[in-house]
Design a protein around this ligand. Structure first.
Ligand SMILES: Cc1ncc(COP(=O)(O)O)c(C=O)c1O
Length: 399
């Protein structure tokens, strides 16, 4: 390998360390759960995973993966349209469509791929994608990719700003298709997209609305069906994408849900589908078991919400000021990146794992620690974590 190339990478990595943005991985040696065994740390309480419903380690979910390994073997050994589709993929896709309330769905190996597939496959040169400023990186890259591949236009509207979105839609009235994309729940804020207004605005401007429900599936709505259920709008969103890597078992995978035509078109033309293997059957079967578990145990969603409410209220009582909200994502703004990292390190020393996020992941001066609550947490887990927040908050003069 070129010495110059290696040297440049090493120099940049050293700069990451000096800038305090170098990420060190924590290795877990137990399943993802409320408490995990972290190498070099022992048992820690996790307030930092997307295992919202605690299904990663649910016996039915694990058993379904094991049974699938025996029935279908290790994997597809081919892309879907050649000979890489198993009956479990069809069952999973029917279940995902049923869960989110669309006519069909199509699975991908990640929600990243699902998002990436939509604009670049369904849009063309005379179309535009209009994206919320705070959308997930996969949506931002999906729009950039579509612009490069199919030469569609792109625009960004200010976060949740309906006036700005309306201006962008009006300016794009000559476009054949206007695709508006928003996260359902914004992962760094824990805030919920203003879906009723978005649906109304998109209808009025004849725009297609796509919602990425990766942090909302299994979380929002009485039955965990997502942002649409939360607002009583099931069936009103044109395209929903979501992940199988968070509330729905936490393994990997994602899906696009929409009309039969949308999913069929993606089956015909989406490049991440046409040129890459499908989900391993073990993962598909665990995800299917997760959807079925959610459908038969909506009380998990109630537990999740009760836990999130409990933790948020106690944090406020302690004197912290989490961003207001009603989701299990509870960010505490600390200002500078170093402050967030210090807080996260001190909490870990107390046996509580909460990640600190700084610039450029969040805006300058708004570094934060982000707590994520799970239905798997017991009140003891949450009380122990709160005691650590109290101790560290006092040490750092935050409360
Ligand atoms: C809003 C959103 N969309 C998409 C993704 C990507 O999900 P996956 O891990 O399935 O690729 C994430 C994961 O962080 C996310 O938060």
């Amino acid at each position: 390998m070129s010495h110059g190339f290696e040297h440049r990478l090493e120099a940049e990595l050293e700069q990451f360390v000096r800038d305090g943005v170098y990420k060190r991985l924590n290795y877990l040696d137990s399943p993802q759960a409320a408490r995990v065994r972290m190498e070099g740390r022992g048992d820690v309480i996790i307030l930092s995973s997307n295992n919202y419903l605690g299904l990663s380690n649910q016996p039915e979910v694990v058993a379904a993966g094991k049974a699938a390994l025996d029935r279908w073997g290790a994997g597809t050994a081919s892309v879907r349209f050649i000979c890489g589709t198993f009956t479990v993929h069809r069952a999973l896709e029917a279940a995902c469509a049923r869960l989110v309330g669309t006519g069909a769905s199509l699975s991908f190996v990640s929600a990243w791929n699902a998002n990436e597939a939509v604009p670049a496959t369904l849009l063309g040169e005379s179309d535009i994608v209009i994206s919320d400023q705070l959308n997930h990186a996969s949506i931002i890259d999906a729009a950039r990719l579509a612009k490069a591949i199919v030469k569609c236009q792109t625009a960004v509207y200010r976060h949740a700003d309906l006036g700005d979105l309306e201006a962008k839609l009006t300016a794009a009235r000559d476009r054949r298709t206007r695709l508006v994309i928003t996260d359902g729940v914004f992962s760094m804020e824990g805030s919920i997209a203003p879906l009723p207004d978005l649906v109304e605005l998109c209808r009025r401007h004849d725009a297609v609305l796509m919602v990425d429900d990766s942090h909302a599936t299994g979380v929002l709505g009485e039955h965990g069906r997502g942002t649409a259920e939360h607002f009583g709008l099931v069936g009103e969103v044109d395209i929903i994408t979501s992940t199988l890597g968070k509330a729905l078992g936490g393994a990997a995978g994602g899906f696009v849900a929409g009309s039969a035509a949308v999913c069929d078109y993606l089956t015909q033309r989406a490049r991440p589908q046409l040129f890459s293997n499908a989900l391993p059957p073990t993962v598909a079967a665990s995800a299917l078991a997760s959807v079925e578990y959610l459908e038969t145990h909506p009380e998990r969603v109630q537990t999740l919400n009760a836990n999130a409410r409990y933790f948020r209220e106690r944090l406020i009582e302690l004197g912290f000021h989490p961003l207001p909200g009603e989701t299990p994502i509870i960010p505490v703004i600390l200002g500078e990146t170093a402050a967030a990292i210090r807080m996260s390190d001190r909490l870990l020393a107390q046996g509580v794992f909460v990640t600190g996020f700084g610039f450029p992941v969040v805006p300058q001066g708004q570094a934060r620690v982000r707590c994520q609550i799970s239905a798997a947490h017991t009140r003891d887990d949450l009380d122990e974590a709160l005691a650590a927040f109290k101790k560290v908050g006092r040490e750092l003069s935050l409360i």
